[in-house]
Design a protein around this ligand. Structure first.
Ligand code: CMP
Length: 153
């Protein structure tokens, strides 16, 4: 399905460290895929507003988004990053407090897969299971453990 295609891409070119989800089992992926919603946005649409509350995680399946951030209420937003197909965002509000740390807007037409909090937990649970069980090398195991702790801390 679409989710598998997105997740099996080579590591995306983003500026912050990005776990890949490539190692998740079919079982975990199909559970998550069942509860995914595909949402479309047009150029300039706000997908996430800084300061808003939210509990959804987004994987870009088509198009590009811009991430910007206001340092304080009276300042203009500063450009942080451009993300594209296979990249994801919105994890911060799921990791700690549910307040969004940045703005994310569509650049042209964008399609995102939206993951809710429950499915997000299953993704993370999946990462932990994989890292505990079925790694071929110590190196692979270490990398999976890093992914799991990135999301669960
Ligand atoms: P969240 O705070 O839930 O919502 C805004 C999202 O923007 C945030 O999660 C991150 O996924 C993303 N984000 C924040 N800072 C950066 C950055 N410097 N580079 C790329 N993405 C970011």
């Amino acid at each position: 399905g679409l989710l598998e295609k997105v997740l099996q891409r080579p590591l995306p070119s983003v500026t912050h460290h990005v776990p890949s989800f490539r190692t998740l089992t079919e079982d975990v992926l199909s559970k998550v895929a069942d509860s995914l919603e595909e949402t479309r946005y047009s150029d300039g649409d706000y997908i996430i507003r800084q300061g808003a509350t939210g509990d959804t995680f987004f994987i870009i399946s088509e198009g590009q988004v811009r991430v910007t951030q206001q340092k304080s209420a009276c300042e203009e937003p500063v450009f942080l990053s451009t993300l594209s197909r296979g990249d994801w965002f919105g994890e911060q509000a799921l990791k700690g407090e549910d307040v969004r740390t940045a703005n994310v807007t569509a650049v042209g037409d964008v399609t995102c897969l939206v993951v809710d909090r429950e499915s997000f937990k299953q993704l993370i649970g999946g990462l932990e299971t994989v890292s505990g069980n079925m790694c071929e090398s110590e190196e692979e195991k270490a990398s999976l453990e890093a992914e799991a702790s990135f999301f669960s801390s």
